[in-house]
Design a protein around this ligand. Structure first.
Ligand code: NAD
Length: 301
């Protein structure tokens, strides 16, 4: 195995089922010691039990790996603290963090309640903050970290009935775009995933046939590589599911440069709209014209 996690410690939120469980089993089989966090509630965010996290810990141990359970709701700051503490107390470090815990509250916008909005932001966005904020000091101190955030195609392209979920999943991309800069000098890399897999979450919206075909195990190899020492990326979004893998990026169209001695009018914009709105030869920012070096040079020291 060239993609090894020997000596590495990984914490995974929502690892008691679905995709998170599959990541935990695979990373453990490659030598990582795992902190399995899970609330053990249902797919809409209700309830809670220790069973799901314990079951995955048992599976890892039965296969000869090392793991500990971390119970609780990642939308609470103290769960992020206890998860990082579990990694340090049991295994001495924290190298990999996968923010995976998630729920759905799908409903058309007119029928959405304030609670539907708040709980989605609590679990996905605040939960991500809680996990990363508590892992960060350990990763900085070690000079090493690999973080993967779980976004969604809903956060990139949108989806009917998911204004809450889609907005939260886009927020994760904004978080990544800024934090990648702060992690760079400590060798902390942070990337995002848009998965597609048959799990109890997707069972609420997709057909049996699709669910059967889209095994979480198709997603896991890409995630395994993405959080490994071998992967050079930071600040990237990848899609994985059902035998399809690709990178997704925010792109910028060609820049229309104007004479800055004169302010243009709205009519000028209208006249030149084809050129301004063009996406011909787009560039992915960061590795397009705005390279890391250009970014650094433009910042106040
Ligand atoms: P899943 O329901 O099988 O797994 C989610 C896990 O998170 C569950 O084990 C659940 O108990 C746990 N969890 C939920 N709320 C939690 C909380 N507050 N604290 C701790 N644990 C909590 O669903 P999944 O499909 O494996 O989803 C994993 C992630 O992938 C989610 O973030 C989801 O939004 C995202 N996602 C999944 C798909 C897909 O096709 N399955 C697509 C896009 C995004």
């Amino acid at each position: 195995m060239t993609v090894s996690f020997e000596g590495r410690v990984a914490a995974i939120t929502g690892a008691g089922g679905g995709l998170g469980r599959s990541y935990a089993l695979e990373l453990a089989s490659r030598g990582a010691k795992i902190v399995v966090n899970d609330l053990g509630g249902d797919e809409f965010g209700s309830g809670g039990s220790t069973d799901m996290a314990n079951a995955v810990v048992d599976e890892i141990r039965a296969a000869g790996g090392e793991a500990v359970a971390n119970f609780g709701d990642i939308s609470k700051y103290e769960t992020g603290t206890s998860m990082a503490k579990a990694a340090i107390d049991n295994f001495g470090r924290l190298d990999v963090l996968i923010c995976n815990a998630g729920i759905l509250r799908d409903v058309s916008f007119g029928k959405m309640t304030e609670e539907d909005w708040d709980i989605i932001f609590s679990v996905h966005v605040k939960g991500m903050f809680n996990a990363v904020h508590n892992a960060w000091p350990h990763m900085r101190e070690q000079g090493y970290g690999r973080i993967m955030l779980t976004s969604s195609t809903s956060g990139v392209w949108g989806n009917f009935g998911q204004t809450n979920y889609g907005a939260a999943k886009t927020a994760m991309l904004g978080f990544m775009n800024s934090l990648k800069h702060e992690g760079q000098k400590y060798d902390i890399k942070i990337n995002a995933l848009t998965p597609a897999a048959g799990t109890r979450l997707t069972a609420t919206v997709l057909t049996e046939e699709w669910l059967d075909k889209a095994k979480p195990e198709f997603v896991t190899p890409l995630v395994t590589y993405l959080v490994s020492e071998n992967c050079p990326d930071s600040g990237s979004i990848y899609h994985a599911g059902m035998g399809r893998y690709h990178r997704t990026a925010l792109m910028r169209g060609p820049v229309t440069e104007v004479d800055t001695d004169e302010i243009k009018t709205a009519e000028w914009m209208e006249d030149n709209w084809d050129q301004i709105s063009s996406l011909e030869n787009p560039e992915a920012m960061w590795d397009g014209r705005t390279t890391q070096a250009e970014y650094d040079a433009a910042r106040k020291k």
